[in-house]
Design a protein around this ligand. Sequence first.
Ligand SMILES: CC(C)(COP(=O)(O)OP(=O)(O)OC[C@H]1O[C@@H](n2cnc3c(N)ncnc32)[C@H](O)[C@@H]1OP(=O)(O)O)[C@@H](O)C(=O)NCCC(=O)NCCS
Length: 393
Amino acid sequence: MAEAVRVKNIGLRGVTVADTKISFIDGDQGILIYRGYRIEELAQKSSYLETAYLLLEGNLPGKQHLEAFTREVVGARELPKGLLESFKQWPRGSHPMDVIQASVPILAMADPELNAETREAGVRKGIRLVSRLPGVVAAWHRIRRGLEPVPADDKLSHAANFLWQLNGEKPDEEMAHDLDVCLVLHADHTFNASTFACREVASTRAHMYAAVAAGVGALSGSLHGGANAQVMKMLQELEGEKDIAGWVKRQLDQGQRIMGMGHAVYKTNDPRANFLREIALRLGSKLGQEKWPRLSTQLEKAAIAEFEKRGQPTIKPNVDFFSAPVYHLMGIPADLMTPIFAISRIAGWCAHIIEEALGEAQEKPTLYRPKAEYVGNYCGLTGCSYEPLQTRG
Ligand SMILES: CC(C)(COP(=O)(O)OP(=O)(O)OC[C@H]1O[C@@H](n2cnc3c(N)ncnc32)[C@H](O)[C@@H]1OP(=O)(O)O)[C@@H](O)C(=O)NCCC(=O)NCCS
């Protein structure tokens, strides 16, 4: 049993709550590492499925292992028929994050190994989730527009197949590659809010899908994964704005946050944002739509300058700041931006759930149970006197 430590830290900033072998951040130097490998190297040289293998299995695969893993992902893409049928009954205005969160238990019911607790079964469940979440998002996007879902194309890469199932058109190869890089960049990020939510649920010995559903809920929030959609909203609001610096100042004076800026751990540039800025600039010039990356970089400059003036020089763009214009340039609507985060982060979530459930990085699996300081109504240990309803007035 771990020794009780008397600390209060609202928001758990800087509190170490577990050990992990999956990823590491140096927030002062802007370094992110998955299983020992720098994110820059993975973004340049790896692919999303290879990165998913790395996160789930703990090491880079050999050629045959990657081929087998890819075959398993591709082979698991078909969604349970009942799920697609039920999509047709769901309110078309439902947010895709709610649709993912509602679909996860349905995928659970279709998983033959739902309650199997071995590492191998955990990885197979992770593979099914990695395989199926993109299909959930694509099918929902089509059904909500009155279109039929598009069957997967086994010859396409993970990202290319997602774009194909979303749009029903073969995607541009460079764009599919850029999306694959985005998926690599978002695949894991230590104990962020959604991963911690997954691990917290996994620590109760609930199954993987129950833990993932919690992660999806946490990711949907605007201070977490939901920020990318808010960034897009902000950029659209700024279209035509002549005085971006003035706009930033007004926002901050009104106590508003600049979405996509700041990070609980990074106190310097987020290494993922650097890649995404580059992709946004390149895609913008390739498509002749420089407006969005230009606006983003102008806003970035103005916000950094204003934060510096206010004595907050560590607030810099995070992963969501440039992923919004990148996805927008790919033709992805704003409410699918957080779902794309989810279809990437699913690999990290599953890796963390396995690690948590099996206690792989620490002595043994341990249920999370923090304390809270009670600051509510208090009449002493005998309790307040309970007045019957009839006489309470
Ligand atoms: C992500 C985030 C919650 C991290 O915040 P944090 O540094 O851990 O802690 P706090 O939320 O307490 O912020 C610390 C201070 O910086 C300010 N701050 C941080 N990010 C800010 C932002 N994007 N815009 C305006 N102010 C910001 C806060 O207002 C706070 O100031 P205060 O101490 O005067 O109240 C925060 O940066 C944020 O809300 N960013 C916008 C949402 C976002 O992009 N989320 C995605 C994260 S990947």
